[in-house]
Design a protein. Structure first.
Length: 445
């Protein structure tokens, strides 16, 4: 009895298998395939006589029959699926007003081919197809764009990179407010990843410009990027090299958006310095300190960076930066002198002016000379000593002139105020005179 059951099962299995494998040639699928072939022949005839409507009608009938055969027959194979692809293409060329519906049919069929693992349509084409239907499926397109980008057998091209990034932007645009932050984060990450691809694969310059243009659609100002910085910092990669890349990328964006005065920028620079105290990170931090007005610490970091310089070019960069800081310091000191002078604090202005060096030294000495002139009549225990202050004023103005300052007629005016011959005689014709207010001694000429 058991043997009989086994025998019946084997016979039944062979029978079922025979029906399944022969469905298209001898089974229920034979007639729809035959009808499809007749419709195709009729469509070609209509084409030959330029009957476009007739050809479209027959191609539609062919498509209907082939889809019917696919539904009936489990053995519907790649060869027959290609016939469906072909007739859909024929209809797209002729019935252009309904092309979106044909893409819906094509996409659904390709998914059925996926289930059978017989789909050989390229991933980039699959992605593009999902965007051409009646209801573009950007999420499915995104999946296939990513597959295409990760393919090693296919040459990466500009169109793929551009379309992939544009699709993410469109997903972002359609997303709810709750999901936009994560998508913005992804767009920033992908921007730098794709930018690297542009360099590595030598893509067109226009592709990099395109990526930047798309990113700028969501990052229009500091307000669009600053809230995301803390998110990135909380999710920094554990790998040091990747961490450095991420932080440098974020710094680049903030600099591009002119967000360098923000606290987030300072945090990023400090993060960079903590990860890698290198020539580059020290240089960036020193520039930031200089920008913030902390010139003393800036110079110290510049000097530390100079010790890490690998070549003359890097050393020159540091020397140039130090010179800029020193000029900035001199400018700050000179502005202080000028403000004190304009405010009538002549003694304080004089003392500050005597400490100015570099680019503004001449202008500072000019102010110092004027301060002496302003206070001359009140400095000294005698008329002679008070008049000798003008010798000091003239000396300072001559030094200012030698340093490049335009002193106008001040030298002549102050020289005229110096002691006369009679005043010198009355004072005993001294060769020099100490000036109590300024702590200097001048020659009596």
């Amino acid at each position: 009895m058991k043997q009989s059951l086994i025998f019946c099962f084997i016979v039944l299995s062979i029978s079922i298998f025979g029906q399944t494998s022969n469905c298209l040639s001898n089974g229920d699928g034979k007639k729809p395939i035959y009808d499809a072939q007749k419709a195709k022949k009729a469509a070609l005839t209509m084409d030959s006589i330029n009957d476009s409507k007739g050809a479209i009608s027959e191609y539609k009938r062919e498509l209907e029959f082939r889809l019917k055969a696919e539904k009936i027959c489990p053995d519907f194979d790649l060869k027959n699926y290609r016939q469906i692809q072909r007739v859909i293409t024929d209809l797209m060329k002729r019935d252009t007003s309904n092309i979106k519906f044909y893409f819906d049919t094509l996409n659904a069929m390709l998914e059925r081919m996926d289930a059978k693992s017989i789909n050989d349509v390229k991933n980039n084409i699959r992605a593009a197809n999902y965007l051409k239907g009646t209801n573009p499926n950007r999420d499915k397109a995104d999946i296939f764009y990513q597959k295409a980008l990760n393919e090693t057998s296919t040459k990466l091209d500009d169109e793929l990179v551009q379309n992939y990034y544009l699709n993410i932007y469109n997903i972002y645009n359609d997303a709810s407010e709750d999901n936009k932050s994560a998508l913005k984060e992804r767009m920033i990450i992908e921007y730098f990843s794709l930018s690297k691809l542009c360099v590595d694969k030598a893509l067109r310059e226009g592709t990099q410009t395109y990526l930047t243009t798309i990113l700028n659609l969501i990052l229009k100002s500091c307000e669009d990027i600053l809230p995301e910085i803390s998110v990135f910092l909380n999710k920094l990669p554990s790998n040091k090299d990747q961490k450095l890349i991420t932080v440098n990328n974020l710094i680049s964006i903030l600099e591009d958006k002119d967000c360098t005065s923000s606290n987030e920028y300072v945090i990023l620079i400090d993060t960079l310095l903590n990860i890698d105290r290198s020539y580059k990170s020290l240089l960036v931090k020193a520039k930031l300190l200089s920008f913030k007005g902390n010139t003393t610490d800036a110079v110290n970091l510049f000097k530390e960076a100079r010790g890490m310089a690998k070549n003359d070019a890097e050393k020159k960069t540091i020397e140039d930066e130090i010179s800029k800081v020193q000029e900035r310091i001199a400018a700050q000191e000179y502005n202080k002198v000028l403000n004190l002078f304009n405010g009538g604090s002549y003694k304080s202005a004089y003392n500050a002016a005597m400490g100015v060096s570099g680019k503004y030294k001449g202008e500072a000495l000019k102010i110092a000379g004027q301060c002496v002139g302003q206070l001359a009549n009140g400095c000294g225990s005698s008329t002679f000593e008070r008049k000798c202050n003008y010798y000091h004023a003239v000396n300072l103005l001559q030094q200012a002139q030698n340093a490049g300052a335009n002193v106008g007629g001040l030298i002549g005016a102050y020289r005229a105020q110096c002691p006369t011959a009679d005043e010198k005689f009355d004072a005993g014709n001294p060769s020099s005179q100490s000036l109590s207010c300024w702590g200097v001694s001048v020659q009596v000429k």
